[in-house]
Design a protein around this ligand. Structure first.
Ligand code: ZN
Length: 144
């Protein structure tokens, strides 16, 4: 359920996205709101500027949260973002320990507005293979 307070923070994420355009960056913005309702960090997409495919605001904030927040705070922190996190950012968000994500545009809505946003081909993955060899560093590390 999205509350009126959630919508206020989503409007902030959309403002960040709009401001990114004035900086020459792509129109995606996000922020983290802590358990007490305070804004902890904000970010926008800097993929072009940084020449870094991982410079999505959601992943930047997930990394920030994992680095700066203890588990109890992270799980009670919400990420607000102008668009639904992509698969890369969703994975990072899971690893970050953040407790909730609230987004404005869904991926489907974004693709409807800009079809290029959904033009990512699937990458073939082959495996598993070499189990007995590949397990050695895993065993060495986790069974020390
Ligand atoms: Zn992303």
């Amino acid at each position: 359920m999205i509350t009126a307070a959630d919508e206020d923070f989503l409007r902030r994420a959309i403002d960040i996205a709009a401001h990114a355009i004035t900086l020459g960056d792509a129109p995606y913005g996000s922020l983290l709101v802590g358990p007490d309702g305070a804004i902890l960090a904000e970010a926008h997409n800097t993929v072009r500027r940084d020449n870094d495919i991982s410079a999505h605001p959601e992943l930047k904030l997930a990394r920030w949260a994992a680095r700066e927040l203890d588990h109890d705070t992270a799980v009670r922190t919400t990420m607000y973002t102008s668009c639904q996190p992509c698969s890369m950012c969703s994975g990072g968000t899971v690893r970050s320990g953040l407790g909730r994500v609230v987004y404005a545009l869904s991926t489907e809505q974004l693709i409807e507005l800009n079809p290029d946003s959904g033009a990512w081909p699937a990458v073939a993955q082959d495996g598993p293979a070499l189990f007995d060899v590949a397990r050695a560093p895993i065993d060495d590390y986790y069974r020390r």
